[in-house]
Unconditional design. Sequence first.
Lengths: 497, 358
Amino acid sequence: MSEYLLEMKNITKIFPGVKALDSVQFNLRAGEIHALVGENGAGKSTFIKTLTGVHQPDGGEIILEGQKVVMSDPIVAQKYGIAAIYQHAASYPDLSVAENIFIGHEFKRGPFINWARANREAKKLLDAVGADFSPTTPVGSLSVAQQQLVEIAKALSMNAKILIMDEPTAALSKRESEDLYDISRKLRAQGTAIILISHRFEDIFGLADRVTVFRDAKYIGTWDLEEVDEPMLVHHMVGREITQLFPKKQIERGKELLRIDKLSRMGYYHDVSMTVHAGEIVGLTGLVGAGRTEVVESVFGITKADSGDVYFDGRKIDDITPDKAMAIGIGLLPEDRQKQGLLLDWSINRNISLSVLSKCQNGPVLQKKKEYEISERLKQLLAIKAPTTDTLTSALSGGNQQKVVVGKQLAADPKLIILDEPTKGVDVGSKAAIYEIMNDLAAQGMGILMISSEMPEVMNMSDRIYVMSEGRITAEFEPAGLTQDVILNAAMPKSKA
Amino acid sequence: MKKNKLVSLLTRWEVFLLVLLALMCLVFNLQDAARVASGEARRDVFNVANVVRSMRPYMLYSFMTLGMMLILAMGDMDISVGAAATFSVVVLGVTYNALTTAGLLGLPALILSLAACLLVGALCGALNGFLVTRFKELFPMIITLATQLFFRGFSYLLIGGQTLTFDDETFDLLKELNSLVDMFGIKVPVMLPIFLAVALVFYFWLHLTGNGRKIFAIGTNAIATQYSGVRVDLIKFWCFVIAGLMSAVTGVFFVGATSSSIKADIMDGYHMYAIAAAILGGFSTDGGKGSVIGVILSLIIFAVMKIGLGTLFGFADSAVNLSVGIILILSVLLPNMVNKLRDDLRVRKRRAEVSKAA
């Protein structure tokens, strides 16, 4: 028998118009955590789907414990002991934890389901993953981190030999991520092999034993973690050297643009005050659910604050709505670019012009020429990689989609741009490009308010940093001499810390 | 690039509808030719004049279809339009009766009643629009199901089970709306040019203005559209108002077509015709697509099927309706099948390339 639990050789997969996997390799030992990395579109997801039986490869073979196997559908893969947990847990929110864990392989007593036993077994599994909630809780009432524990418990219930984690920490706070690391290490010690897909270098270097890199649907290589460092890994992923990920320039701070004064909204945030100046990049960080997104949504007029004032450019703004916000010069790049940022079925051109249609009209009639003028200019400016501005945004990579959303905001000539997790799910090459755009905008005198959970980004890009915890601003920092621990300490809920 | 443009033009839904129309004309003409060949007399029912004339019944709900287009383009649904039309004309009749009883006779009474009718239609739409934008957690389908019952209930409250009839000269003017006039040497239903004029306005609005673009944007992704600074709720509200207004217009034509008698149960199920015509015209319950040209073509297709199957083949009305149903299902399925086929072919081609290269 070979030293590997799983070997995947020369896997090729073809989709209409694109080769998603070009003869890629991957192997996995029992009891190891193996990171699979690459930029968006490198083929990681497709690869995982050929392993879990969602897609059938057009070439290559899968060898599991020395036997050649065919993953003809997801149920077969499950029987072979392969389980996957995803970033957005694919669970049934209205069903209980126990029901979610045992769905598809329930304990039967005659034609009936043995609920007592299901709940008992579920409790054991929950204990094993260190979860402290009851098996009868509806999954929809749990946090994302807790839902992932349910998914892991589900995988354990099926005696999974191989556990695939796809961006497991993307929606988790620092502390929740640490908990997940602990569980992963525990599973590894018990002999489970884990495939970890992540954009976060913290995950990879903190957890994995080996790392495999894909680029442009091709296999680049596999290394032990001791052999590689971050710049090297980045180099393999992007295929070129990224000289400086955070190209921070010093910019003269201008006049005050935005002032939020004691803004409150029941149940979301309380007594929030902050300022953003022209030419300044202000970081707003904290744990997921601390109320950061909710504050900026009220500033942009998506929701209404209960009390407090917002001043923009020296004037108090009342009854704000998104259209008014954009008219006075506030732009918002929303957190979820696919749902809130883009019309995926529409072209780059139409997406960009939607926020400035009034500028493209002659009377009520649309001037297509004017639309293209604006979108072409922004495509150039932001270096959006696409054949033409008529390309559908659904066909773009995450980073380029994000650039289109930025373009939508820039088209309206904002004075202040609010970026909510601008590099979430964006590959490292596009990250550098987005940071550079942010610096350029600040240099032109634009104010930038950046919400981010990624500490390196917050500490390296911001001129000032606000930290939120449980709906309140808990600290304000200058980045000089600041350490991650200081920020995290301010971000931790005080009741539990 | 040029080739791509040609392909995208040819794969447009309107082109498919034109082809469908041409095919139907061909089949019906061949059938007539076969009849002649077997020695029977030529029926010659299938000509432009007949098609134009037989568009008349479809013109009745064509205005409602224009309103339905707006709703479907936004990805919403309004099944109350038939009941709103009924309620509007009931108000028309009641107002006219009240005015004549009060001594106001002739044209002023009719014009005031018509104004009341259109106002009520718009108000029905405004109620829908308000509820849909205010209670986003409810499906528009459920909301308009409720308002449908509401509008029909109001109609019964006003006139109960009685039939309002009018036999004065002024009110009979409405019958003129159902008449045929001579245009270009053929008899054309008066409703047709009126419909085409209104449709032209809708075409201009939906396809050429920024506001129209926003309506399709809402149907594609309402949340992202809101984040783009579009006043989604305001646009939605007004589209529902206009859909209500178009229902009242349909109601007026209906009264003209049915010898000026008004009951509380007329135009039941009219919303279904409107939805059917809009869907065949290329609109979708998912929102974000469709075209006014497609809707005009789909109304013509209905008329052609009516003469072709009804007059030429001698099918009963029920069979004609059945065929319309089949066409509707096919028209929804066909684009999906074509897309699937195209994807399969592309994969096969790529695979051949890869294996050749290997």
